[in-house]
Design a protein around this ligand. Structure first.
Ligand SMILES: *[C@@H]1O[C@H](CO)[C@@H](O)[C@H](O)[C@H]1NC(C)=O
Ligand SMILES: *[C@@H]1O[C@H](CO)[C@@H](O)[C@H](O)[C@H]1NC(C)=O
Length: 527
């Protein structure tokens, strides 16, 4: 455990989507801390050591160790034989140094135990892809962790969730048991103990085109358990006010909005769409585990509530009421404001990373716009915010530092809120330095701008200014490189001239004078 190789290959595949989403739209949170990793790996070691221990009362580590033994270890000798000689093999390709692998390992082992108890024909295997690169390349393991399902020797990528239950549901769907059939009250009771969310289908007979579409949907879906019943009385056990039509479909969840009936046609795509729009609870707690699912939802409007656990308790009821009115239109997410990894990247987008108070924000992932509730997060304010979000009448949020006092400043400090007044609608020429606190070359440019400001001190029509782009935004300020020097001439504020930050002071001055003279000339000529 002494060496820690770069995590790049390690996070590939598994959480790639999450990282893409986060780094595309939002600033990425820091890597997992190393302590967490050590802890996880330490648990693994312990598990290995205690493999021999058998007792009446199994500790968590012991249960885990039992599970680990159900997972077959692949190596250069047995890999090919195992995957080609079995109908179904689910392989986990991992690297011992990869934290994401370590996180997944216990879930995988737990799933193996459940699947074994269920008597599935699936073999669960793992390969240390770092130690056996030949086997890894034979299997097609390219990053860590990778999950692949081999069916008669041919692989398909894993596309389910990452908890043990998620793995069990997915594996059964793809290995011959896409639907669980319930034929007795005892089975129904047993089923309800295990599953909080499921899609129920009631059919007079388990045959016919509608039923076939239902089964196809069960196979094609990647995460929701499907269950089928025939007797109405039995079905009522799972879905109390089931309609006694000859077939019925509904989704069940563990929350106030427990039952939702389906009233569409029994076709594969329509059924899948119904699940997509209805599988999330009224308010979903965002976690690292479910973030990929959340972002792949067809519901593109999201309202996020950042709060500590106690504040959220008080908000939950009103939020659920509001969410009920916006079903299928807005996804309501709760983020624990103290969860640095999840909350901070979002809050940074609003300049609120230090906030301890409840923050209500929204995203339109279709438009990549962000919004902020700037009044108190009361029920009626949130409701109005949601109404406007759906109507498209909210103004997008641009972050801004407080308005500074520039009376004494030779270089004016511009913030998001003053960008319009001081740059765009000002009658003066403005040289604007766009910087961020972390950019390496910004300081040198800042010094040059200060010297230029001194040099042009007498010219009342020319202003020097700077804006910290990490803390301020404006729709008209689209800059990706820092530092950037922009010259906004008085008569063309829409088209700033980019000045080279590599130039010497003299060259910059020459360039500014030239542009301003030329422009002034044009103005004169036009007059
Ligand atoms: C795997 O191969 C066996 C033997 O050829 C065959 O009976 C079985 O249907 C195949 N399984 C799948 C899921 O295609
Ligand atoms: C399940 O996952 C596969 C592979 O990623 C994907 O092609 C398929 O569309 C998914 N099914 C549904 C219903 O989203």
């Amino acid at each position: 455990m002494s060496t820690r190789k770069p995590t790049l290959r390690c996070i590939f595949l598994f959480l790639l989507t999450l990282f893409l989403v986060l780094s595309f739209n939002f600033a990425v949170a820091d890597d997992k801390d190393e302590d967490g990793l050590e802890e996880l790996l330490a648990v693994d070691d312990e598990v290995e050591q205690e493999a021999e221990v058998g007792g009446v009362k199994l500790s968590e580590a012991e249960v885990l160790s039992k599970a680990q033994r159900i997972v077959l270890e692949l190596n250069n000798e047995n890999t090919e034989r195992v995957v080609t000689g079995n109908e179904f093999v689910l392989v986990l390709g991992y690297a011992p140094w990869c934290p994401r692998s370590a996180e997944l390992m216990p879930h995988f082992a737990e799933a193996a135990t459940s699947l074994k108890e269920l008597g599935t024909p699936l073999l669960m295997a793992k390969l240390d892809a770092d130690r056996y690169p030949k086997s890894a390349s034979f299997l097609g393991v390219k990053g860590f962790p990778t999950l692949l399902l081999f069916v008669n020797g041919t692989s398909q990528p894993y596309s389910g969730g990452f908890t043990a239950d998620d793995i069990v549901i997915w594996a059964r769907k793809k290995t011959g048991t896409p639907v669980i059939r319930i034929s007795s009250v005892a089975e129904a009771e047993e089923f309800l103990k295990k599953y909080q969310t499921f899609l129920i289908g009631r059919f007079d007979k388990f045959e016919g085109p509608d039923y076939e579409e239902f089964v196809s949907a069960a196979k094609s879906d990647n995460e929701t358990q499907f269950v089928e019943v025939s007797q109405v009385e039995l079905a009522q056990f799972l879905y109390p006010d089931i309609k006694p039509t000859d077939h019925f479909l509904g989704i069940v969840k563990s929350e106030p909005e427990r039952y939702t009936a389906y009233d569409g046609a029994f076709t594969l795509n329509k059924i899948l769409q119904f699940i997509d729009y209805n599988k999330f609870p009224l308010v979903t707690k965002l976690t690292e585990m479910n973030s990929i699912r959340v972002y792949s939802s067809p519901i593109k409007l999201q309202v996020l509530v950042f709060a500590n656990v106690d504040d959220f308790k008080n908000l939950l009821d009103p939020l659920q009421d509001i969410a009920r009115n916006f079903k299928s239109k807005i996804m309501f997410l709760y983020v624990d404001i103290n969860d640095e990894n999840l909350a901070k990247p979002f809050l940074t987008l609003y300049g609120l990373e230090e906030s301890k108070n409840t923050v209500v924000a929204a995203f339109d992932n279709g438009m990549s716009s962000k919004y902020l509730l700037e009044s108190e997060p009361t029920r009626s304010n949130i409701e109005e915010f949601c109404n406007k979000l759906v109507q498209g009448s909210l103004s997008p949020y641009f972050k801004s530092q407080p308005i500074p006092d520039n009376t004494e400043a030779s270089v004016h400090v511009i913030v998001g809120k003053t960008f319009d007044d001081e740059i765009l609608s000002s009658k003066k020429d403005v040289v604007l330095e766009v910087f961020t606190p972390w950019c390496i070359n910004c300081e040198a440019t800042s010094k040059q701008v200060e010297k230029l400001a001194k040099h042009y001190k007498g010219s009342t029509n020319l202003i020097f200014a700077r804006i910290d782009a990490s803390a301020n935004e404006h729709p008209k300020l689209q800059v990706d490189d820092y530092p950037t020097l922009l010259l906004y001439t008085a008569n063309d504020k829409m088209d700033p001239i980019k000045l080279s930050t590599k130039s010497s002071l003299k060259e910059l001055a020459a360039s500014i004078s030239k542009h301003l003279k030329v422009k002034n000339q044009v103005v004169k000529d036009e007059l």
